[in-house]
Each structure stands twice: as C-alpha cells, then as structure tokens.
Design a protein around this ligand. Structure first.
Ligand SMILES: Cc1cc2nc3c(=O)[nH]c(=O)nc-3n(C[C@H](O)[C@H](O)[C@H](O)COP(=O)(O)OP(=O)(O)OC[C@H]3O[C@@H](n4cnc5c(N)ncnc54)[C@H](O)[C@@H]3O)c2cc1C
Ligand code: FES
Length: 292
C-alpha cells in the first residue's frame, strides 16, 4: 500500500500516514543548517525524492503560519546503528517553516511523510551512450546532487560535480556533503574557485566532451536550472532537473505544484517530478511562490 499514486518507475513509494521522527542532530553549515532525523520505519529514498516536514509541537504557533508542512529534499541517507535510517536535510531559512525546522534541537520531534516524487535516472537510462554523469548544483540545490553523487560512487559510475554559489554564506554543506575529488566550484563573488556562474564551468566541460556521451543532472535556483536546460537542449544533451514549486500536499491531491509542460497542459511536480527531463517542461522558472 502506498500514499503515492504516481507512475514513474524506480521511485521509492511512501507509506501511508505521517511518522513522528526524533531529531538526532542539528548543526550550522555556513549560512544554512543541517539537521538529522531518525526514520525508524520509512523506506530508503532515492536521489531527487523529497519529504514533507512539520516540526512537533508548535508548527502553527505563530499567527497560524507555517500551517502546511514544507517540502524538503534529503541531503544524505545512512544507516542508524540502533535501527532505521538517518536522514540529513540541508535547510535555508527563508520563512516561518524553514526557520521552525532550523530551530529544532536534538531530542525534539518532527512529523514526516514521504519519500515523495520520482528519483533521478542513472546515466545509461538518461542517455544509453553515457560514459558518466555531470552534476550541476547551486545553493541549497546541492542537497539532491550530493545524494545522487553518493549513489553513483557506490555503483562505480564516474561523475563530475560542478557547484555554484553566490558567496561563502550561501555555500553551506559543501564540506560535509561533497568530497573534493572531481568537484569544481564557482562563486559569483570570486571568494573561491571560478569567479562567475557554475554554467561557465558546464560550458567548459561540454566543449571538451563528446556531447553524445554526456548525461547532465541539475538542482538549484530556477534561473540556473533554466540556463542549464537551455545549454543542454541547444546541444542535444539529455538533462534531468530537480525543480521546486509550492507544495501543499506532496502526493497529487491539491494541484498547487502544477508547472507547464513543453507540449501543452500541466504536470504535478510532486508526482510527475520533482525530477523532470529538460525537454518535458516549457521552462524551469514556472514555480511561483505561495503562502501556506
Ligand atoms: C521538492 C522540493 C524540495 C525542496 N528542498 C528544499 C531543501 O532541501 N531545503 C530547503 O531549505 N528548501 C527546500 N525546498 C523549498 C522549501 O520547501 C520552500 O522554500 C518553502 O516554501 C519554505 O517554507 P517557509 O515557510 O520557510 O517559507 P515561505 O513563507 O513558504 O517562503 C519564504 C520566501 O520564499 C518565497 N518562496 C516560497 N516558495 C517559493 C518558490 N517555490 N519559488 C520561489 N519563491 C518561493 C516566498 O515568496 C517568500 O519570499 C524544497 C521545495 C521543493 C518543492
Ligand atoms: S503538492 Fe499537492 S498536487 Fe502536488
């Protein structure tokens, strides 16, 4: 039985109902925060899948907001010595929901549902001629990229990671979630690595590669995702993007997360995404903010 009615292959299906998980750790990561939940009963999520989270108690304490749970991607999954799994989340405090989640301390509790949505494909599924993968992450979007990279390492599939940030403050999590090997950095303010956009690094790599053997994966701010999408589509390179849009339920019931498809109509990002192929969507910049 599952709460996920979506039909994408390879996804881990969410159990029915929400689970109350203990907060095992919470620590600063640059301008962000990483916290760890112990999920005693949940299935192992795939890279790109996400959870709906609500701290317990006092989720709706301040003037009713945050009322709805918040969609958050897992940044790492590992075994818990006492049973179950440890789920790490990378949080950017942008409003009442993420601030409440970031304020949780070890021993606190958090309601979770999921994992929801579909996962990233493997490189040979995305491009049968793929020799490896190029991962392009930006800001808080490095979280799902870190999970995908770890899976590719475990499977012995070569990958290169390109990570872009506005400045040091917005680069939290790279040291903990990414190793140094095969990772190149871009900072818009020039504080480290390449000075400029991560898409500059992507263009450099693609110029040196046979584009017929490339498979690109990306998660980050909408403008970055759209630039990555255009670069790849213009060169006929298969690309998968993990998108964001406002999510109220996470399992297909509210239609709050709808984004326009390339061939007309809409898809619900929570069940048809959040991972989409670049040529499936009209734009990566469709997710409008909502209040809930
Ligand atoms: C699949 C998925 C995975 C996500 N993973 C993470 C994650 O790993 N870590 C993380 O910190 N956040 C993640 N988010 C984003 C997070 O769920 C939203 O930013 C959420 O709205 C934050 O709630 P809040 O109450 O803190 O802020 P809100 O009050 O909801 O919003 C705060 C500010 O962000 C703006 N905003 C909210 N949503 C959007 C949007 N979709 N597009 C543009 N602007 C928006 C609002 O207008 C406001 O200015 C993810 C979202 C999705 C859909
Ligand atoms: S979040 Fe409700 S339908 Fe997608």
């Amino acid at each position: 039985m599952s709460a996920d009615s979506g039909g994408k292959p390879g996804r881990t299906q969410a159990p029915f109902g929400r689970r109350l998980c203990e907060v095992a750790d919470s620590r600063p990561a640059g301008g962000y925060r990483i916290f760890t939940l112990i999920d005693e009963d949940g299935p192992s999520p795939g890279p790109g899948q996400f959870y709906m989270l609500a701290a317990h108690p006092d989720w709706a304490a301040e003037g009713g907001r945050p009322y709805l749970p918040r969609a958050i991607s897992h940044a790492r999954v590992s075994g818990n010595p006492a049973g179950g799994q440890r789920l790490d989340f990378l949080i950017d405090e942008v409003g009442p929901g993420t601030s409440r989640l970031a304020a949780m301390s070890p021993g606190d509790a958090c309601w979770i549902t999921g994992p929801f949505g579909g996962r990233f494909s493997l490189p040979r599924q995305l491009n049968p001629k793929a020799a490896g993968a190029v991962l392009v992450g930006g800001g808080i979007g490095i979280a799902p990229m870190a999970v995908l990279r770890r899976e590719l390492v475990d499977r012995g599939i070569p990958s290169r990671s390109l990570l872009g940030f506005r400045d040091r403050e917005h680069s939290g999590g790279i040291d903990e979630l990414f190793g140094c090997e095969e990772t190149r950095l871009a900072f818009e303010d020039g504080s480290s690595g390449h000075k400029g956009y991560v898409t500059d690094l992507l263009l450099q790599i693609l110029e040196g590669d046979d584009s017929g053997s490339a498979a690109v994966y990306s998660c980050g701010p909408p403008a970055m995702l759209e630039a990555v999408r255009r670069i790849c589509l213009d060169r006929g390179i298969p690309v998968e993007l993990a998108l964001e849009s406002p999510m109220a339920c996470g399992y297909g019931a509210c239609f709050g997360c709808a984004v326009p498809k390339a061939d007309g109509g809409y898809m619900r990002l929570c069940i048809d995404g959040p991972v989409v192929r670049g040529d499936e969507i009209a734009t990566a910049m469709a997710g409008e903010p909502a209040v809930g």
